[in-house]
Design a protein around this ligand. Structure first.
Ligand code: PLP
Length: 381
């Protein structure tokens, strides 16, 4: 990344930690295939299994419950599609603010006639309505429930322990997309009866293109081919990526308190800046620190105060931010998340998401808010 850029798009992807790159290097260079039985293969196989053990220990799982994938999208696809098939499920109850990796998969399963997909009601900050979930579970007890931990656009946290307990009570299976929170060190599946979860390394300073899923019970393979991952995910393992991901996750868990303090200090600062310098800003999602991701802030400015080119102003000033999730930006469509919490399309199109991490300093947020403020006063004509 050019050093002069201010990067405020960690929710889209965090930069690779240089220590992670060093740990990966020997495996990027190594010959061999982890499925080969000779010494070169065994060297890679033991690295993959050590990484699996590390990740399993960190999240309180058994190593055999971890399946490596090419990232969060594959982990979500794999879980939803394979769980529906393996357990002959006919209903999915879903949170309408899920990432497209979940939503489009559910839509596809519904289009093929494999499931009935029922949205769960949410409030104007994006929190699941637990009463509605329970009412749906009473009617459809053998469902698959898909509700993420933290929303990638607005940061709203869901009451995942209560959701998991409800699913358990009614015999439903619970899939949780934990992509945005895995790096906060909060996930322990031995303390939280979730059935499946999805994670992605590039959100916690690991490499892009690698992730994992956790499954409490075996599910069918999603990708067919060789017998890798105990027959549950064919394809030669991304050894360097897997090793880097395990190292990055261990670091995240070891430093979770310092990391949380840093992120939440920045969130308090960002909220204060908005209050002082952009009081017209409307915060999207849960604005409280307890109810939201400490590194994500989403807001919009009313049309009479700002044109819809604020993200371009930020870009020109060397500040990288997003208007929506990275997977949808550039599509020209208003965010489904913002619309689901009740924003009109024109407001949703003007939303700005700032997200930060280890490398962020207060002055980066100062620059971003100052740039926005300057461009309120003199909008491009
Ligand atoms: N789920 C959530 C909540 C995400 O934020 C993302 C990526 O932004 C994904 C899934 C997809 O993960 P990946 O980029 O690893 O495919």
């Amino acid at each position: 990344m050019p050093p002069q850029l201010v990067y405020l798009d960690y929710a889209a992807s965090a930069p690779l930690d240089p220590e992670v790159l060093e740990v990966m290097r020997p495996y990027l260079e190594a010959a061999g295939n982890p499925s080969s039985t000779h010494a070169a293969g065994r060297f890679l196989r033991s690295a993959v299994e050590e990484a699996r053990q590390t990740i399993a220990d960190l999240i309180g799982a058994a190593p055999g419950e971890i399946i490596f994938t090419s990232g969060g999208t594959e982990a979500d696809n794999h879980t939803l599609r394979s769980a529906v098939e393996t357990f002959s499920l006919s209903t999915i109850l879903f949170n309408p603010t899920e990432h497209h990796a979940v939503l489009h998969t559910i839509e596809d399963l519904a289009r093929q006639g494999k499931v009935r997909a029922i949205p769960i009601a949410i409030d104007s900050q994006g929190h699941i309505d637990l009463n509605h979930l329970e009412a749906l579970l009473k009617e459809h007890p053998k469902s698959l429930v898909s509700i993420m931990y933290a929303n990638n656009e607005i940061g709203t946290l869901q009451p995942v322990s209560e959701i998991a307990a409800l699913c358990q009570q009614y015999g439903a299976l619970y899939h949780c997309d934990t992509v945005q929170v895995m790096g906060l060190g909060w996930v322990r599946v031995d303390e939280w009866p979730v059935d499946f979860l999805a994670a992605s390394a590039h959100k916690f300073y690991g490499p892009k293109g690698v992730g994992f899923l956790y499954r409490r019970r075996p599910i069918r393979s999603f990708i067919t081919g060789g017998g890798q991952e105990r027959g549950q995910r064919a394809g030669t393992e991304n050894v360097a990526g897997i090793v880097g991901m395990a190292f990055a996750l261990r670091k995240a868990y070891e430093k979770k308190d310092t990391y949380y303090q840093h992120l939440s200090m920045l969130k308090r600062h960002a909220l204060e800046l908005l209050r002082m310098q952009l009081p017209e800003a409307h915060i999207n999602g849960d604005p409280s620190l307890e109810g939201s991701h400490p590194g994500i802030l989403n807001f919009y400015l009313p049309p009479e105060k700002a044109d819809d080119l604020l993200l371009i102003h930020l870009d020109i000033a060397g500040i990288c931010a997003s208007g929506t999730s990275a997977c949808s930006s550039g599509s020209g469509h208003p965010s489904h998340v913002l619309q689901a919490i009740g924003l009109p399309a024109e407001a949703a199109l003007r939303a700005i998401r700032l997200s930060w991490g280890w490398g962020t300093e207060k002055n980066h947020l100062d620059r971003a808010i100052q740039t926005l403020q300057q461009n309120l006063a003199a909008p491009i004509t």
